[in-house]
Design a protein around this ligand. Structure first.
Ligand code: DSN
Length: 441
């Protein structure tokens, strides 16, 4: 007979225990680390609580009030609140919170507005585009062909004049604006008349800058020419890992296409526990988002300036380095993106290697990407950003030991472990509470 070998007594309970201990170890590691991943953030206690609610166990296919399962009355109430908060925060008439991630939201837009073989405008990966635009990502899955915008390396954004010519010559059906190395606003307003002339829809992937847009501190894509925004909800919008679609004032056909792409196109059930947590995060962002977004950007600019003053090659110095939460640093002199990111991580500073314009090899990029959403969320301000830059200098320019830098990083972070800019501020941002409170047996 086939089947798995029976476990020895205590074997599986031991594995469960190990998993719990490993996750706890991770939490305490991050509590004393300096996390600088531009796409990460921390959930508020009220949002986090809902991740372990009974919503996690349920199905609710379709739209509120039109479900395929019974028992969804409370889910419908929460989803309607979530949709209302999203429309209010982004001042728009359409929201759909069923995509379960940013990439799934991107697939929904591609399903709604493009057919296999269509041309879709986008940025190149080396210029900071998300992997959704790649042939091995969502573009490839939908079978659409990328039309790349021209890039202005010095300004770290699209070259508008050259891109106008490309768009007029090639006439893509859909044009995606948005980046994963998102330093400056995308010129969708400047390209709006060209999109209208060629009949292309404007699509804005706001994953990285959603909380900055909502906080009124970045561009406003729905009023600048985007028909639809897709996004994940856990970067500068400090919500749960989830996705969202937003539309300014779309016509009925556009709404129908987006809704049927969201379900049954790219989801069956959506994730109800994260949807409920998103509702909390949207409410908190309406209350606290403006201040949070302002401080996040101020911190990124302060970190960039402090690194630049210490001899690091921070991109776009003539433009003030960044208008967002992110900065990009060329670290070829310090050993390249991979080596530097590893060395920093060993010293408790968490970053990621990143392709920069001109990089030939995706495996060995010359850059690292840094972001300030998480350090801002735990209350750090410009003063601490200077200290973070000093840690980089100690490790990468002064030859100080990994252990010494790690100790300094821990000392810097230790007073900043509680959550801010939310209800329940002051709770631990990193720890969670054992539900069972005893060992499995
Ligand atoms: N891969 C994420 C990032 O770090 O930008 C976006 O999905």
């Amino acid at each position: 007979m086939g089947g798995t070998a029976a476990p020895t007594p205590g074997e599986m309970a031991g594995i469960v225990q190990q998993i719990r201990q490993t996750v706890r170890h991770h939490s305490t590691r991050f509590e004393v680390a300096i996390p600088l991943i531009a796409s990460e953030n921390l959930l508020s206690p009220y949002a986090k609580e809902l991740l372990i609610s009974d919503f996690h166990s349920r199905y609710a296919e379709g739209l509120p009030g039109e479900r395929y399962y019974e028992g969804n009355e409370d889910v419908d109430r929460v989803e309607n609140v979530c949709l209302g908060l999203a429309r209010r925060l982004f001042r728009c008439s359409f929201a759909d919170v069923r995509p379960i991630s940013g990439t799934v939201a991107n697939l929904a837009v591609l399903k709604a507005f493009a057919e296999p073989g269509d041309l879709v405008g986008t940025n190149r990966l080396a210029n900071g585009a998300h992997i959704s635009s790649a042939s091995f990502g969502a573009f490839g899955l939908r079978g659409v062909k990328p039309v790349y915008y021209a890039w202005d390396e010095e300004r770290m954004t699209i070259d508008v004049a050259k891109t106008r010519e490309i768009l007029k010559a090639v006439r893509p059906k859909l044009c995606l604006f948005g980046l994963s190395v998102f330093l400056f606003p995308q010129p969708i307003e400047e390209l709006r008349s060209t999109l209208e002339e060629i009949g292309a829809k404007g699509w804005y992937d706001a994953a990285h800058v959603l909380g900055l847009i909502a906080g009124g501190q970045f561009q406003d894509p729905l009023r600048e020419g985007a028909t639809v925004i897709s996004a994940s909800t856990h970067k500068t919008l400090p919500g749960p890992q989830h996705g969202i679609l937003l539309g300014g004032a779309p016509d009925e056909e556009t709404v129908r296409r987006l809704q049927s792409a969201a379900f049954p196109g790219v989801t069956s059930n959506h994730h109800l526990h994260t949807m409920a947590a998103l509702a909390v995060s949207l409410a908190e962002h309406i209350e606290f988002g403006r201040d949070y977004a302002r401080q996040t950007i101020a911190n990124a600019q302060a970190l960039a300036q402090a690194l630049y003053e210490r001899g690091f090659e921070v991109l776009a110095p003539k433009l003030g380095f960044t208008r967002s939460h992110t900065i990009a640093v060329r670290v070829a002199r310090e050993g390249g993106g991979e080596t530097v990111a590893h060395r920093l991580a060993d010293a408790g500073i968490i970053t990621n290697k990143n392709l920069l314009p001109g990089d030939a090899s995706p495996k060995h990029p010359q850059g690292i990407r840094l972001g300030t959403p998480e350090l801002t969320r735990v209350g750090m301000t410009e003063k601490e950003m200077v200290r973070v830059a000093e840690l980089f200098e100690m490790l990468l320019h002064q030859g100080r030991s990994t252990g010494e830098v790690r100790e300094a990083a821990t000392a810097l972070k230790s007073p900043f472990t509680t959550i801010r800019y939310c209800f329940g501020a002051g709770e631990s941002a990193y720890r969670y509470y054992d539900l069972v409170g005893r060992d499995p047996s």
